[in-house]
Design a protein around this ligand. Structure first.
Ligand SMILES: Nc1ncnc2c1ncn2[C@@H]1O[C@H](COP(=O)(O)OP(=O)(O)O)[C@@H](O)[C@H]1O
Ligand SMILES: C[C@@](O)(CCOP(=O)(O)OP(=O)(O)O)CC(=O)O
Length: 451
């Protein structure tokens, strides 16, 4: 590719299936978010040295936000940092994209310097110590600290980065990718899952990369061994094993469209208190293993409620699209959030499912010591449920003290409703909502360039 091109990938919120989604028996609901990670790929440039590729990834929103890696076929495309700084997510994307496409330097003579700019939308990070600036017509926040030092809001910045960078880097090697992302979506997803797991040093469920690649999806995970069984990057057989995994192996995952109803909006409330997902997962696993067979009964009940929740959202989405009189009555009742809601099974089915989900999570919280829905969050969610226009609310993902998710009718303003309400004083409503589409080409690459 010889011209500028830009791509973006969405953030994520896991609205159903936390913990269960780690087991391929269960499905989960990953919602793509309007906060996106962006990548701008520049036309090829040339290095003086012709025996290597150099990839320069710049995140100018952050202090020291530039990483330069060199790689070559001779070294099995093992990336070597030549900027002194390292970024594991960028490094693994480079290793896997080059290992997969196997570019020869002869084919890229004088086109061996690849430059990509990364931009992240505000909601991914705390905005303290930042300044809003325009790059041409797009506005981003620029921070005075390094990316690793800026507090995150848990919207999946690393998954979005890995997915959009994989897409942008691949566009140097596949001439028609930019205008056919859909055709290459599976390859992008698979390469991104591999890179993300390798960079994190652990194999999670992958729901966050699935959301970054596909948008809002009903998701069932791949077997962890698909990735853990890969040889080391640079190993003589790594490229062949990676190509076989990406192109030929059945990952046996479920990726189905399952979106929030058009007539509803997702609100994410940042609580500004962190929770360490890895420790929560370890505590829940210990509880599950030590409380069998009752723990299996709890998971089975949770799974049924998760599926009722997901099915209920799909039913409500179909109802909204019908635009008939009954649909209007149902959505009007949600807007009022009064006793009239009890008349409509489309509303009560979803609420009953979430009630069961939250009850099970409180039971696990009590028995495992993992603060999935601790009492302070229970109180906050119960208060949220009373707000005008709220259909339901829950703790997303691994739960804890990170955030709350509220599904409310369009046109409802939770910021205004809660602004002077002491009960919500520690909630910062993020400027983010659901966005159903995954990684995509952006139509205005010039909009990211400093004029
Ligand atoms: N805009 C960015 N530019 C460069 N690296 C980024 C960017 N956003 C995220 N990262 C990388 O991802 C890491 C955060 O990943 P992680 O801890 O998994 O958080 P999250 O839950 O948001 O994915 C950062 O420390 C950094 O290495
Ligand atoms: C526990 C989980 O099932 C869900 C975690 O969801 P979060 O959205 O809390 O994830 P982080 O952003 O990594 O904290 C682990 C997994 O699925 O990998």
């Amino acid at each position: 590719m010889s011209e500028f091109r830009a791509f973006s990938a969405p953030g994520k919120a896991l609205l159903a299936g936390g913990y269960l989604v780690l087991d391929p028996k269960y499905e989960a609901l990953a919602i793509g978010l309007s906060s996106r990670m962006h990548a701008v790929a520049y036309p090829y440039d040339s290095l003086q040295k012709l025996d290597k590729f150099e990839v320069r990834v710049r995140s100018r929103q952050f202090k020291d936000g530039e990483w330069r890696y060199q790689t070559s076929p001779e070294t099995g495309f093992v990336p070597v940092s030549v900027s002194g700084s390292k970024n594991p997510f960028i490094e693994k994307v480079i290793a896997n994209v080059f290992s997969y496409f196997q570019p020869s330097l002869d084919d890229y003579c004088n086109r061996n310097l690849l430059i990509i700019d990364i931009f992240s939308d505000d909601a991914y990070h705390s905005q303290e110590d930042s300044m809003s600036k325009y790059c041409s017509s797009r506005r981003f926040s620029f921070h005075s600290h390094k990316i690793e030092e800026v507090p995150k809001t848990g919207l999946g910045s690393s998954a979005g980065l890995v997915t959009v960078l994989t897409t942008a880097l691949a566009s140097f090697f596949v001439s028609d990718l930019t205008n056919n992302v859909e055709q290459y979506r599976k390859v992008i997803h698979n390469l991104s899952q591999v890179a993300h797991c390798q960079a994190q040093g652990k194999i999670g469920s992958g729901f966050d990369v699935a959301a970054a690649a596909y948008g809002s999806v009903r998701y069932r995970r791949f077997p962890p061994a698909l990735i853990s069984d890969l040889p080391d990057i640079g190993d003589a057989i790594y490229a062949d094993k990676l190509a076989h995994l990406v192109d030929d192996v059945d990952w046996n995952i479920t990726i189905k469209n399952n979106r929030l109803p058009s007539g509803l909006v997702l609100w994410m409330g940042d609580i500004k208190s962190g929770s360490e997902t890895v420790k929560l997962v370890q505590k829940v696993k210990k509880w599950y293993d030590s409380h069998a067979p009752e723990s299996l009964e709890v998971y089975t009940r949770l799974d049924r409620a998760n599926c009722r929740f997901m099915d209920g959202l799909s039913a409500l989405d179909r109802l909204y699209d019908s635009h008939d009189h009954y649909s209007s009555q149902v959505f009007e009742s949600i807007e009022k959030n009064d006793a009239s809601c009890q008349k409509y099974s489309e509303v009560t089915d979803i609420r009953d499912a979430v009630t069961t989900i939250r009850h099970c999570f409180r039971k696990i919280t009590k028995e495992s010591g993992a603060d999935i829905e601790p009492p302070v969050q229970t109180t906050l969610l119960d208060n949220c449920q009373t707000l005008k226009g709220v259909l339901t609310c829950l703790i997303p993902g691994a739960g804890g003290y990170d955030a709350i998710a509220v599904i409310a009718a369009q046109g409802v303003d939770l910021k205004a409703q809660t602004a002077s309400d002491e009960r919500f004083s520690n909630v910062q409503w993020l400027d983010v909502s659901q966005a159903d589409w995954g990684v995509r080409k952006e139509m205005d690459p010039e909009a990211y360039l400093d004029k």
